[in-house]
Design a protein around this ligand. Sequence first.
Ligand SMILES: Cc1ncc(C[n+]2csc(CCOP(=O)(O)OP(=O)(O)O)c2C)c(N)n1
Ligand SMILES: [Mg+2]
Length: 597
Amino acid sequence: MAGFVLNDYQAELNGGDLLAQTLKHLGVEVAFGLHGGHLDAFLQGCEAAQIRLIDTRHETVAVQAAESYAKLSKKIGVCFVTANSGFSNGIPGLATALADRSPILCITSSPPTRDAENNSLQGMIDQVVVSRPLTKFAYRMTNPEDTPRIVKHAIGVAISGAPGPVLLDFPIDVLFTPVHKPLISWGSVASPFPYGPGPHPAAIEGTVELLSAAKRPVIILGTGGNSKEAEESLMKLSSTCGIPIFDTTKCKVSFIPSQFAYSAGPSNTLALLPRLSIQQPDLILLLGARTGLFLGGRSGAIIPSKDCKLVQVDVDGAEIGRTLPVDLGAISDVTQFAAGLNRHYDTAPFQGSVDTKWVDDILGLKHLPSPYEQQSEVQPSGRLHPYHALKNALSLVPKGSIVILDGGEAPLWASDALSLCSPSAIIRSSGGLGFLGNGFGYALGAAIACPDRTVINLHGDGSAGFHFMDLDTYKRHNLNIMTIVVNNYCWGMSSNGQDLVYGTKIPTRPVSHLSPVADYSLVAKALGNASVKVQTIGDVAPALASLQGQTGPSCIELIVDDKPIHPVTVSMVGQTDDPGMVVVPYYDNVPRAYYRS
Ligand SMILES: Cc1ncc(C[n+]2csc(CCOP(=O)(O)OP(=O)(O)O)c2C)c(N)n1
Ligand SMILES: [Mg+2]
């Protein structure tokens, strides 16, 4: 059976060495994690196999770093967490990877197999059982010799179909046991990974027909299009047909340059069309992006509910038509779908009648002045308006930065000024789970995947609190990460939401305030990050200039007001005077029917 040549640098090859060498053979160059003695044989194996180890201060950060590394490097992300304790800390990362379709392999360990169910150290929880609903595949190894076969299988599961997390539990004895080489089970470790699915020819024909009939077509592109080939095919398709390409509001990882003629920015600007008296699209090609909260849900604001055809292309058939009816669905890799259309147009010229005036209007959406431009830079409280503070800061960060957005209202204000730094990639780290605190791991993975770019790790003071200690990781690895803390001294989206729901009728605002003395720039400095606190607009430029002269990580703390309430927060609360309705944040209001007399 075909395998790979083992590196016999040690007298005895153990399970940890075989695991590391298998990963190296499969192209893994880096792994994120936090130490545990259970893992030592594997960690020594990684050193010997020259897999770079990036050690964090919390396992959640390590698992989430593997996630963004996967998204930005287009490779499997690998992380390691120790038995039970580290594993439990890593669970949030499995949850976010599953929700956000990130292909990662999480390696954990456990007590020796002979100590199973023995109440032994770090052995109380069955990690395979616990992780099963949060992974695509979870398995406990019992023989070190099975490592190549199972690791190849696990990575194959993680990257195929809807990508997602997989977990392998290597009990400590499996990692430390010498491998009996003749018994090694190679499986398909030497086989190439399979090609992704291509579109059915009828799907190409059907889409060509829809494109010929469309006057106002747009593409909305999700993470399914994050490869070099996808980027080239999509730019060719968009240029041939004159179609604007939007990103989902959740993330932009396609690396289609914002200078590309048909690059239209985030798709939430489509919700502005009725207000601007511009017609909505009549055809949407939704490529590798899921419907739901980041595309306006069922509201029709971004994907119109009438007079618009919807083509949905995804590697996961279960996503096609999940929340919105489609006119044409295709289970396909985005690159293959775009390449299929390009092949068609190579031989039969595009015959559509796209309204070029409309396309110009659509491409102008990303240049619309912000509605907050006219508002004063300073709020009545004397603190900075969050939009103006962020606008001034973001206009000075390096162009082409990778921007990771975390927090409640802070990332919304940042989004309104984001085009000023022409980001090459954006990840709204709250993702499908709305999970605060993910930004720290995502920024770390991005910095390792793209060392030539500056990474902006933007937070509210609330989200900053989850993993601020990992600024120490940024320093130890001397990473080019600039953390921006937008400090309004409260869980702003929470307290503003409470203002909207309860108004003056109920004045209490339970648990939505944070310490008025917390000083994030001071903590950052203590962790070796160059840092500065900014309280006035005039301070922003000198502050950024002083940080940009430094190498390694930095932190800027912007002191801002918690008002005005961001319009997205307002839109998430369906305020009404109707006494028959109970107002709830984020979802449809609840009828009071049962209590009416
Ligand atoms: C892990 C997690 N805990 C709680 C929440 C609920 N939540 C959503 S927004 C928010 C407030 C965020 O405050 P901050 O990060 O300071 O940003 P701000 O709104 O003040 O700009 C909270 C608590 C969440 N989404 N995720
Ligand atoms: Mg806050």
